[in-house]
Every structure is written in structure tokens, then in C-alpha cells.
Design a protein around this ligand. Structure first.
Ligand SMILES: C[S@@+](CC[C@H](N)C(=O)[O-])C[C@H]1O[C@@H](n2cnc3c(N)ncnc32)[C@H](O)[C@@H]1O
Length: 287
């Protein structure tokens, strides 16, 4: 039988954590796991019923998870500490026996994705991970400046992040990059119709800054650039951006992933976007 690619064990200062037992290649699905229990921010009664309906074995696993809120009833503390949304922005979530053991880093090596088809949470390696390294995800849903990150993590998860980006003496450069990436997002939108060449320039600037800080979150920029290129009839360029978009989702979610499937058609046929060609032709080569 093949050895599991991970092990859960104690890690100093963080409780338990997940570690690679062998070298793991970027794009590998490390674990695909069904929830112990579903939870909902909007359906308290449903959540209570789901907690009551858990099997004895699952309840035991659930209650053994970390609780950063000891002043609250154990069920509530475990949910607040370990609940993960079912996809970004979802108000419904779940708690997992193994995946809930993954600790945070602002320079993560994996990302989460929920598959509504499989009803499982998947963890994909977004970098090559050497054997023995801790498997770390980003608990935050976007890049933030150091001060905001530290405050948010302390408030929601009650720890002080010691990752390399948080302990660095020189966070100004990182913070300036994060602020500029946010500005670029706004500028891309405001120029997209009237000055698409400038818009693409801001996309390239944001992507360069993400690389510089070792961050993640390139897919929205790839999609912006694809849409702008397709809207202005640059279909070869549009295909290049769509290819980058689809490849990112393949790494983050695998070929079974919903976003991979959703965006694949743009790579196969860049003219298939509803806005394709609507902005007339503007030469974006070299923008
Ligand atoms: C979802 S649990 C992660 C697994 C947990 N360490 C355990 O022992 O089960 C989240 C909690 O783990 C701890 N944690 C996660 N990442 C951490 C980090 N980078 N540094 C310190 N503690 C961390 C915090 O107590 C946080 O509230």
C-alpha cells in the first residue's frame, strides 16, 4: 500500500499540525476528505441538529479537535476554531477530522478547495513541498498588510503568526506591494473599457508584485486580462491568459475542480465569452 503523503503530529507552539512524509509535487492532491459535520452561519437550528446527529465515532473526533475558545461551550469553540467555508464566500461550512489540523502561514504551500460534486474538501500543493516540511494553508481569503493580518488572525484564531512574512523586520516592502496590488485591481476595472492597454499593464504589475511577495491570488488577474483581451478582439492573447487561468485552477483544484471545468472553454475557444468582440478591436500586443 502507498504511504500516506502526510502525518499529523505535535508542532511546537501550534498544537498539532500536518507534515509531508515525502516530497510532494506542486499540483498534487494531498488529501480529499468528507466533513465530520456540516455547519451554517445562517441556520443555527440545522447546525445543532447536525451536531446531534453525528455518529459516536465522529463526535469523538470532533470533540478532540483544537478549541481556541475555551470560554465557550466545547461544540461552539471547536466550530469557531476549525470551521471552513464550503468554497469561498459560502455561509455554509464544515469541520474535518484531518484537514482541520492544518495550521496557517501567510506564505502557504497548499490551498483548500471544496468540491460540491464529490462533497469533499481537497487540499492541493501550490508549491513543491519537501519531505518533513509542515503543510500550511492561508486562513485569510486575500493578501493583507502585516498589521491587518496579525490583527485578523489574533481576533479570529487567537494566535500570533510567526511565519517568515510576519516576523520579518522589513514588512514595509511587503505592505507596499499588497497596497499596490489592491490599487491595481481598482485601476484594471476603471481602465478596462476606455484604455485596455493600460488595464493590461496594471495586470502585469499586480502579477509581478504577487511573485515578489511570494503570494497567491493570481487567478482573478488572469481572468481580468482574458476578459479584456477577448472583449477587444485579441484572441491569441486572450487564449494565453485563459491558459494561465486554467493551469492555475488545475494546480489549485485539479481537473475535477469546478473552476477548472468552468473556465476550460475559454482556453479551448477564447471567443466563447459573452463579451468577446464587444469592445471592437484595440491592439493589445506588447501592453
Ligand atoms: C484549525 S486549527 C489548526 C490545528 C491545530 N493546531 C490543532 O492542534 O488541532 C487552528 C488553530 O491552530 C493554531 N494555529 C494555527 N496556525 C498557527 C500558527 N501559524 N501559529 C500558531 N498557532 C497556530 C491556533 O490555535 C488556531 O486557532
Amino acid at each position: 500500500m502507498e504511504e500516506s503523503p502526510y502525518i499529523v503530529k505535535d508542532t511546537p507552539g501550534k498544537g498539532k499540525g500536518m507534515f509531508a512524509t515525502r516530497d510532494i509535487k506542486r499540483g498534487t492532491c494531498i488529501i480529499s476528505e468528507s466533513p465530520l459535520v456540516y455547519i451554517s452561519k445562517t441556520d443555527l437550528v440545522g447546525t445543532l441538529q447536525a451536531l446531534n446527529a453525528m455518529s459516536k465515532k465522529n463526535k469523538k473526533y470532533f470533540l478532540a479537535l483544537h478549541n481556541s475558545y475555551p470560554e465557550l461551550p466545547q461544540d461552539v469553540g471547536v466550530i469557531k476554531t476549525n470551521g471552513l467555508p464550503l468554497g469561498s464566500n459560502s455561509l455554509d461550512g464544515a469541520v474535518y477530522r484531518v484537514i482541520s489540523r492544518i495550521n496557517h502561514s501567510c506564505a502557504p504551500n497548499v490551498c483548500h478547495s471544496w468540491s460540491s460534486k464529490l462533497k469533499k474538501e481537497n487540499i492541493f500543493a501550490i508549491h513543491d513541498i519537501p519531505a518533513g516540511s509542515e503543510i500550511l494553508t492561508d486562513y485569510l481569503d486575500r493578501l493583507m498588510t502585516r498589521e491587518v493580518r496579525l490583527k485578523t488572525l489574533a481576533a479570529k484564531f487567537r494566535f500570533t503568526c510567526q511565519c517568515k512574512n510576519c516576523v520579518s523586520e522589513s514588512s514595509e516592502e511587503f505592505d507596499a506591494a499588497v497596497n499596490r496590488i489592491d490599487e491595481c485591481s481598482d485601476l484594471i476595472m476603471s481602465c478596462a473599457t476606455f484604455d485596455p492597454r493600460k488595464s493590461i499593464g496594471y495586470v502585469r504589475e499586480a502579477l509581478g508584485l504577487i511573485d515578489k511577495v511570494g503570494g497567491w491570488g493570481k487567478t482573478t488577474f488572469y481572468y481580468d486580462a482574458y476578459q479584456i483581451s477577448a472583449r477587444h478582439s485579441n484572441y491569441m492573447l486572450a487564449k494565453e491568459w485563459a491558459d494561465l487561468l486554467v493551469e492555475s485552477y488545475r494546480i489549485e483544484e485539479g481537473e475535477e475542480g469546478e473552476k477548472y471545468e468552468r473556465y476550460l472553454r475559454f482556453s479551448q475557444n477564447p471567443k466563447s465569452h459573452e463579451m468577446a468582440g464587444l469592445g471592437g478591436y484595440v491592439n493589445l500586443t506588447g501592453a
